[in-house]
Design a protein around this ligand. Structure first.
Ligand SMILES: [Zn+2]
Length: 586
């Protein structure tokens, strides 16, 4: 939030100090007592030095020729912060009748996980839709919607997703049963493959689709023998119905955020970096934060596409104290599009589409003036750049801003994705103090076609995490959910083995760019914390830091060193944010 004054950690430390001082006069010195002690754990504090750029662990890391060893077994928490880290026996000094003690039975305890590039609002939208994936019949699909309608105020839209618009193509459903069973809510049912939508009467009425409506070219409105629409629209005509969906209200956004945060808590995350937040979503986050309803920390990147919101924050200035669950000091800008759809800007033609190089800059809505003003005002910018030209032009832009506003170099700007980089440009990331904010799952999903798009030379500069490390650029890891699966075990395996969920390819995809297990874990903890200016409060475990902790039933450092694919079977056991257990597996 804006304009907070006293940092909370400092306040807490002060109160601990006062407590200690007041009991010091007593006959026996007593340690302040913990609210929670987690013991019998494999604790990796990550509070040792970073590994060398080739991945070699630091001299003070708990690592030797036999591998990784936890550097503690117990963590004590008081209020919102860590009180003690050490062994089980020493943790006893912090225990009294009110302390909850949890025996973790050898589970691994890490600093709280961070997903450094998410769209949790979109995840919430997906969660809210009626899930019709694998539903076999029209009747079954309609029944699911009818059940949902009981909990939705009349008149509000219900959106379903996942009925099989491919398999059902010979006998498409229409609006009759859907209208009969759900007469008082507009219903929009998206097909699994995205080329068909199916609506009820009210939805078509609200969209103004009638017998007289003509389909746009490249689309079809199915009509019955009397010429009336049946409720089924195909291809480019689908937008006639999807375009009628009203934007969500702030309270709907709040519900979606909370639903998505619940999923993230269950999946072990304590902080997300929300990449591109507009006005309504910002209002929803601010409401939740003000009401103390956010289980997770959210590091917001304001969308530079929302000019009014960005200008408003430009007036207020960045929120730099970092002591709230909601932190707003970054802005997300968009320089080019995606590689899969061939929108990413390349220096040379796409290998599988001669004459085409993608889009970038102004043609993609990049507002150079706004972004440079925000950088000069102390905001961190995260620029979406995917292609090698997209990245080069982004680097050129940042260089220009620094030449006019040298102080802007202090704000840890990020390149979101930094996916394909020309060999000459890697060094510029560290020269400009830029963070490469990369998504290990993207590499695994894109490997199916990345070589075709890029050819054998350029692909060597794609998803090149080791090359970034070797040239000195800091990394932060993320999923870009819901486009990719945010499962941490998949993310870790993608980072350290460059193998997908099926273990493909054997030996890893361009394995020279693999991360070590320590680097993979740091990408989701301490390095991600650095990318949000939070390394002094989260990302490692030490007394005085926020008690943001994640417990899992596998050890990503030792197992990651021997059999990384086995991490895919890992499970999250507990998630703690600011001392509060927000998820606990039974
Ligand atoms: Zn994204």
């Amino acid at each position: 939030m804006r304009n907070r004054s006293v940092p909370r950690v400092a306040t807490l430390l002060l109160s601990v100090a006062v407590t200690v001082a007041s009991v010091a006069c007593a006959e026996r010195f007593e340690e302040p007592k913990a609210d929670l002690i987690l013991r019998n754990a494999r604790v990796y504090t990550l509070a040792w030095d970073d590994p060398a750029t080739d991945g070699t662990p630091a001299d003070n890391a708990p690592y030797d020729e036999s591998g990784w060893h936890p550097d503690a077994s117990a963590v004590a928490v008081r209020g919102q912060t860590v009180l003690f880290v050490g062994d089980d026996e020493a943790s006893e000094a912090y225990r009294d009748d009110h302390t909850r003690v949890v025996d973790l039975e050898g589970a691994t305890l890490l600093p709280g996980l961070v997903d450094a590039h998410t769209h949790i609002i979109n995840l919430g939208t997906v969660l809210e839709q009626v899930d019709m994936v694998d539903v076999q019949t029209e009747e079954a699909a309609v029944e699911l919607v009818a059940q949902r309608a009981q909990d939705v105020p009349e008149g509000d839209w219900i959106v379903g997703y996942g009925w099989d618009d491919g398999a059902w193509a010979d006998d498409y459903p229409d609006m009759r049963l859907l209208t009969e069973r759900v007469p008082n809510h507009p219903v929009l049912m998206r097909g699994l493959h995205g080329f068909a939508v199916w609506g009820n009467r009210l939805a078509l009425e609200e969209a103004g689709i009638t017998a007289a409506t003509e389909a746009p070219s490249g689309g079809r409105i199915l009509k019955d023998e009397t010429g009336n629409p049946t409720g089924l629209l195909l291809d480019r005509a689908t937008s006639l119905l999807t375009g009628a969906l009203p934007p969500p209200s702030v309270s709907q956004l709040e519900s979606r955020i909370l639903a998505a945060m619940q999923v993230m808590a269950e999946d072990g995350y304590t902080t997300v970096h929300e990449a591109g937040v507009g006005s309504a979503a910002m209002q929803a986050f601010e409401n939740l934060a003000a009401e103390g309803r956010m289980p997770l920390r959210v590091y917001v990147m304001i969308s530079a596409r929302d000019n009014d919101l960005a200008r408003q924050w430009l007036e207020w200035g960045p929120d730099t104290d970092g002591n709230d669950k909601l932190i707003t000091r970054a802005v997300k800008a968009y320089y080019d599009a995606a590689l899969g759809s061939r929108g990413a800007r390349l220096l040379e033609d796409y290998s599988d589409m001669p004459g085409h190089r993608g889009v970038s800059g102004e043609e993609y809505g990049f507002n150079e003036e706004l972004v440079s003003e925000m950088m000069a005002a102390g905001f961190q910018v995260g620029v979406h750049a995917i292609g090698d030209a997209g990245n080069r032009e982004t680097l050129d832009f940042i260089e220009r801003v620094y030449s006019v506003h040298p102080e802007a170099k202090d704000y840890r700007h990020r390149v979101e994705h930094a996916q394909v980089v020309h060999p000459d440009d890697f060094r510029r990331f560290s020269d400009y103090d830029l963070i490469a904010s990369v998504q290990p799952p993207h590499a695994m999903e894109d490997k199916a076609w990345a070589l075709q798009r890029l050819g054998p030379e350029r692909v060597l500069g794609a998803y090149a995490w080791r090359t970034f490390r070797k040239t000195g650029a800091p990394l932060a890891f993320s999923s870009d959910l819901p486009g990719s699966d945010h499962d941490i075990f998949y993310g870790l395996v993608a980072a350290m083995a460059r193998q997908d969920k099926l273990g493909e390819p054997e030996g890893g995809w361009y394995p020279n760019e693999r991360m070590t297990p320590e680097e993979a874990v740091r990408g989701y903890t301490s390095w991600a914390a650095y990318s949000a200016f939070l390394e002094d409060t989260v990302g490692t475990i030490a007394p005085g830091m926020w008690a943001d902790l994640t417990v899992m039933d596998v050890d990503p450092l030792s197992l990651g060193s021997s059999e990384p694919l086995r991490l895919l079977d890992g499970r999250i056991l507990m998630t703690i944010v600011a001392g509060e257990i927000i998820y606990e597996r039974n």
